[in-house]
Design a protein around this ligand. Structure first.
Ligand SMILES: NC(=O)c1ccc[n+]([C@@H]2O[C@H](COP(=O)([O-])OP(=O)(O)OC[C@H]3O[C@@H](n4cnc5c(N)ncnc54)[C@H](OP(=O)(O)O)[C@@H]3O)[C@@H](O)[C@H]2O)c1
Length: 302
């Protein structure tokens, strides 16, 4: 089968399409999925550059990719929740497991797979798993009671955009931080109650902060004794004024992903696709994400 293979650590030019062996059969508790699309995420760029080289499964040559949307083509004997032909999505923690999704066929444990939302195109669904689970788990860790206020930084990014929508569904008042006035309408369309840029953050004015943009100084917006969760481990805000600070690392979770998928079908969670690339254009997709300013997911199609 064809896959986008990282030959050695380095720039986007190290990505190339190769023929690699197709998984022959699923494990008893696993499924085989024929890929409709994989999404490109910042972690893929970091892994490509060698920033996660300490992880046990990071050994080029390897296949990158965490996000997957596709169709089940084979089911292990112990699997009850899926049948051949089901449309599914999954988040595979590639750097920890070595199971990359930039491939025509991907073998995964069934418990990290969920039925895809039926209301969006097959490819667009690939934008849900990593960003959706990250936003959901970070909001869970933030644990703000209904009626609280939360500042979401990077609010029109992949994680931030889904976090704004999920925060509203949790009954939170959302202040959205965006890079420029150009993004204000976008943030409001996602459900933000108020939109600010980095120069106009509320001073000690919100109960919690969900930090996705690498802006540790945004902790200044949180009231004394409030709560911060960041998903950017390299830029963790220093705790101050009794504010509790935690880092959230996304975990594989098929059940949580099913709930997110159901929210998409209920019209409560909106997915945004920016552009589709073929596997052979993977390097260009990586360059495009690195350049910034992308609004919506970049999708890789076999
Ligand atoms: N801990 C975890 O488990 C986990 C999981 C997923 C992602 N992450 C990390 O979370 C971060 C966000 O991921 P993502 O997928 O949401 O990336 P993304 O789609 O690229 O979104 C990041 C957003 O932050 C914005 N941003 C950056 N600097 C900003 C600034 N100074 N002011 C306002 N906005 C700014 C970007 O705007 P521009 O496009 O204009 O630059 C972009 O909209 C990445 O660092 C990623 O590695 C961590």
């Amino acid at each position: 089968m064809r896959a986008v293979v990282l030959t050695t650590y380095g720039g986007p030019e190290r990505l190339s399409v190769s023929e690699i062996p197709e998984p022959a059969a699923p494990d008893p508790d696993g499924v085989l999925i024929r890929t409709a699309a994989a999404a490109v995420n910042p972690v893929d760029l970091q892994t490509r550059a060698g920033l996660h080289a300490g992880h046990s499964a990071c050994h080029p040559p390897m296949v990158l990719g965490w996000d997957l949307a596709g169709t089940v083509t084979a089911v292990g004997g112990a699997v009850t929740g899926f049948r051949v032909g089901d449309r599914v999505v999954a988040m595979s923690a590639q750097m920890a497991t070595g199971r990359g999704t930039y491939a025509e066929v991907v073998a995964l444990p069934a418990d990290i797979v969920a039925h895809a939302p039926a209301s969006v195109p097959r490819t667009v669904a690939a934008g849900l798993p990593l960003a959706g689970l990250t936003a959901r788990q970070a909001l869970g860790l933030l644990a703000l009671p209904e009626g609280s206020s939360v500042l979401v930084t990077g609010a029109v990014g992949s994680v931030g955009g889904l976090a704004v929508q999920l925060a509203r569904l949790r009954g939170l008042t959302v202040v959205a931080q965006v890079r420029s006035a150009r993004d204000e309408d976008h943030a409001r369309a996602l459900g933000a109650d108020r939109v600010v840029d980095a120069a106009h953050l509320p001073v000690a004015g919100v109960d919690g902060l969900l930090e996705t943009a690498g802006l540790p100084e945004a902790i200044g917006a949180v009231r004394d004794g409030g709560r911060v969760v960041t998903v950017v481990p390299r830029r963790v805000p220093a705790a101050e004024r009794g504010v509790h600070v935690a880092v959230s690392h996304v975990e594989q979770d098929g059940r949580g992903l099913s709930e997110l998928s159901a929210l998409v079908d209920a019209g409560e969670l909106r997915l945004r696709a920016a552009r589709e690339f073929g596997f052979e254009e993977a390097a260009e997709a990586h360059r495009r994400l690195a350049a910034g300013g992308v609004r919506g997911k970049l999708l890789l199609l076999p």
